[in-house]
Every structure is written in structure tokens, then in C-alpha cells.
Design a protein around this ligand. Structure first.
Ligand code: ZN
Length: 295
């Protein structure tokens, strides 16, 4: 019996060692595994539980939304989850929507963004922040960017808004796709984004168009914003072109990510930990550079 007890102890120590050494990319991949295929409520609960495990406080922005059009009546509720870290009047927003379309498992869109934001919180919660950062898990993006509009309305103070960084689709390939560049609402952010690109040396593509996501809620209000994705090689060009043609896709020029997005196939077997690592390292470098610039 004593031998058995010792064996259990050795195994426990070994497992604890493994857990301590867990790489960020494996941890992020685990987050996506935890969220894929889950109900809307379970996705929200998963995020809150992870924040509790990290001993990071959070608040929520609950909302009810009604929209009445002739044929299209929308009545939905939701809640953004906000982990506020750092100190200082200037306010950065790092956001990823956590909702998924009903027919999809929602791994890459957007469990991947959620995973990167969770890992950023974990690794930067004790960072020497000179600004306040709202890490926001936006709700009801897929129904029309609704959660981000409520967040702006209720939480954002234009006077102290420093910039919003949106993460949506981070889980496959190795090409960092940044957009939509230009238009006047990224003049402050882009030098730092380019700084992160030259420091990290990842394959980097910036484009003047980018598919719809929560950054648009900020753009409409003329609040500084930019979006970052990690996609398969060549997809940045194809996604930008698709956006310009209003979503019409020539089958010859179908972006690879579009083949699984918003379908039941959007699962972790279509993703890689390495893609999440690229997104994490790029965004973390960007946040470090932005923080350095605060005076
Ligand atoms: Zn999305």
C-alpha cells in the first residue's frame, strides 16, 4: 500500500510539472476545445469560469435588443463580459466576440479570438500597465454587432478611448491579416501595429478592407480601431477582395477560412495551436508597444 501511495504521489508531481509547463498555444487550443459546439450560455459560463480560475475580476454589460422591421423582427438578449486590468485614464479595448451562429460549432469563429484574449489576460494581468485595458468578450456579434454597440454606449468614454483591437478568426494558417487600414480611424494605431509586425517577423498583410466584425461598431462612432486575424496563406488578399465585392465569392477565389466558417465543420480539427500562438504573440507585442507610448 505504501508503494502504491508513493507511486500516486510521483504521478501527481509529474502531472503538476506538466501543467506548469503547459505552453500558451496548448492552453489556448484547450480553451477552444472547451468552447466549441457549446450553447450560447455555456460559452459565456466557460469564459467566466476561466476568469475566476485566474482570479481576474469581471463585470458584465447585459442588454435586451429589439428591432422591428416589416418582415424581420429581432428580439434578443445577451451580455458582454469585461475583464478590466491596468491603471490610468487612457482606455484600450481588446475584444473578441464569443457568440457563434446557430448552425456552427464556433471554434475558429470565434472560439479562437476568445482563447487569445483569455491567454492575453492570463499573461498580462500583472503587467506594468500605464493605461486601463478592457478585455471584452462581446456577445451577439453574429446577429449584427449588437453587443459591441451596447458596450460603446454604456462603457466607452470618447475622451479616454485609446484604441480598440478586435480579434476574430485566429486559428488557422500563419498569415497575420490586419484591416481595414485607412479611413482615418486607425491613424494612431497603425504605427504600433507595424511595429509589432517588424518585431515579430510573422508574415504580415495589411489591407484596406476586412470582413464585418465588432470593430465596425467603433468605426461608425469614429473611435480608433483595428482588426487582426491569423489566416491561411493568401487568405488576406481573398478576404479583402470578398469584402469589397459585398460578400460575393467567386468559387475560384474562395478564402480557405470561408469553407468552414458558419458551418458545423468549424471545429478544432480545422485549427492549429501555432496559429493561435502567432495571434497571441503579435497582439501581446502590440499591447506592449501601445503601453510604452502612454504618457
Ligand atoms: Zn466572427
Amino acid at each position: 500500500m505504501k508503494r502504491f501511495g508513493e507511486l500516486v504521489l510521483v504521478i501527481l508531481i509529474f502531472c503538476a510539472g506538466l501543467a506548469a509547463q503547459m505552453q500558451p498555444e496548448d492552453e489556448m487550443f484547450g480553451y477552444v476545445v472547451g468552447i466549441e459546439g457549446k450553447s450560447h450560455q455555456d460559452r459565456a459560463d466557460f469564459i467566466k469560469n476561466q476568469l475566476r480560475k485566474m482570479h481576474v475580476g469581471f463585470f458584465t454589460v447585459p442588454f435586451e435588443y429589439y428591432s422591428y422591421h416589416a418582415k424581420d423582427t429581432l428580439n434578443l438578449s445577451g451580455e458582454d463580459i469585461v475583464a478590466r486590468i491596468g491603471d490610468g485614464q487612457k482606455r484600450l479595448v481588446v475584444g473578441a466576440h464569443f457568440d457563434a451562429v446557430d448552425s456552427s460549432a464556433g471554434a475558429n469563429d470565434n472560439g479562437s479570438g476568445v482563447a487569445v484574449v483569455l491567454e492575453l489576460i492570463k499573461s498580462m494581468k500583472d503587467f506594468h500597465w500605464k493605461c486601463t485595458v478592457d478585455f471584452v468578450f462581446f456577445d451577439q456579434e453574429e446577429k449584427g454587432l449588437i453587443g459591441s454597440q451596447f458596450y460603446i454606449d454604456r462603457v466607452v468614454d470618447r475622451k479616454w478611448h485609446y484604441g480598440m483591437i478586435n480579434l476574430d478568426i485566429e486559428g488557422s494558417g500563419n498569415e497575420v491579416y490586419v484591416g481595414p487600414v485607412g479611413g482615418g480611424d486607425d491613424n494612431f494605431l497603425m504605427p504600433f501595429v507595424r511595429g509589432a509586425a517588424s518585431r515579430t517577423k510573422f508574415i504580415y498583410r495589411e489591407k484596406d478592407s476586412y470582413p464585418s466584425s465588432d470593430y465596425e461598431s467603433f468605426a461608425v462612432m469614429r473611435l480608433e480601431n483595428i482588426s487582426i486575424s491569423v489566416v491561411p496563406k493568401g487568405d488576406a488578399d481573398l478576404l479583402a477582395r470578398m469584402t469589397k465585392t459585398g460578400g460575393k465569392i467567386d468559387p475560384k477565389n474562395m478564402p480557405k477560412v470561408m469553407k468552414v466558417m458558419h458551418t458545423p465543420k468549424d471545429r478544432t480539427d480545422q485549427m492549429t495551436p501555432d496559429a493561435l500562438k502567432i495571434s497571441f504573440e503579435f497582439t501581446k507585442t502590440l499591447l506592449e508597444l501601445l503601453n510604452e507610448s502612454v504618457h
